[in-house]
Design a protein around this ligand. Structure first.
Ligand SMILES: [Zn+2]
Length: 315
């Protein structure tokens, strides 16, 4: 009996050891500003961007979630079924959708009551589409990641979200894919194919340097890498480069998980008490709560030529 106990213990110990060695990095991929954010506003181009992006996502087997701005689903005050069809493509690919407000305003600059009204206005069509797939609307993403300038506002908004069945969708891997995309869009509009190529080729290496930063920042703060949450946008550059982006994650040993799965990591139970003006990663929020010295200072920057081509003055 005793021998059996020892044998079982050894087997159990080896199994645990094997599991911990096999423990993979995980990331949830969240995609904002659906159906599309691009200077290419005509429906044919938006359909093309959506189709390409979804094909990449499907091929890489990524259980992504898309966050919708419903103001893009109307022409004047009429529902625009062609735009809504783009969201149906997401759902038909088996992906989840979340709420990103109707008109993408910041909680830092408008009254809470207006913000909440804009959130509710932004859930009508998405709720309806999800219901047809027997799914529910459960995640909310703050536009600009700006989450309010006082703890009172944050607490009131938390209660509002809970009342409406929403969970906040935090992000850990902050980056400026939107700057690359603006540069890519502008180069396309000017028919500058060479610049497009340069911007495109700089994109995934930049994202890898960011990922490396957030892995190190995570280890500094938690002594381990947490289950990461990436924010990117439903834009032109991702419709061309998502394949390469997914390959880069896989090369670094990542497994793609749902947002629900990623948020099971205990790190996400930490409170967010940040009330500063910026829209920042939740890892930085938690680090700042502990003290400035917990923030790693070598966060990679967008290359100058990309920033210049984007028209943005700064990141
Ligand atoms: Zn957004």
């Amino acid at each position: 009996m005793r021998r059996l106990f020892i044998l079982t213990s050894i087997l159990l110990f080896s199994a645990v050891l094997a599991c911990s060695q096999l423990r993979q990095r995980t990331v949830a991929i969240t995609i904002d500003d659906l159906p599309v954010v691009s200077t290419r506003r005509d429906i044919e181009n938006r359909r093309e961007i959506t189709k390409k992006l979804l094909a990449h996502i499907k091929k890489a087997k990524v259980p992504a979630i898309g966050f919708v701005n419903e103001n893009k689903l109307y022409a004047g005050d009429q529902r625009d079924e062609k735009q809504i069809d783009l969201l149906r493509m997401w759902l038909d690919s088996g992906l989840e959708l979340g709420n990103h407000t109707y008109s993408h305003r910041s909680l830092n600059t408008i009254p809470l009551s207006d913000y909440q009204a804009d959130l509710l206005k932004g859930e009508v069509i998405t709720r309806e589409l999800l219901a047809r797939k027997k799914k529910t609307l459960r995640y909310f993403r703050h536009p600009y990641l700006q989450t309010g300038r006082s703890l009172e506002v944050k607490q009131q908004f938390d209660a509002f979200l809970a009342n409406h069945g929403y969970t906040i969708a935090p992000i850990s891997i902050d980056n400026a894919d939107y700057i690359f995309s603006a540069a890519y869009d502008k180069a396309f509009d000017k028919k500058d194919l060479e610049l497009m190529k340069r911007v495109g080729e700089a994109y995934v290496p930049y994202m890898e340097s960011k990922l490396d930063y957030w892995e190190r920042q995570s280890t500094k703060l938690f002594g381990r890498e947490i289950s990461q949450t990436l924010l990117i946008h439903a834009n032109f550059i991702n419709s061309d480069y998502f394949d390469d982006l997914a390959a880069m994650f896989r090369k670094r040993g990542y497994r793609f998980v749902t947002l629900e799965e990623a948020l099971k990591d205990d790190a996400y139970r930490l409170p967010d008490t940040y009330v500063g003006p910026a829209g920042i990663s939740w890892i930085h929020r938690w680090a700042l709560a502990k003290g400035r010295e917990w923030v790693l200072l070598d966060e990679p920057k967008v290359p100058d030529f990309v920033l210049k081509a984007s028209g943005f003055e700064s990141e």
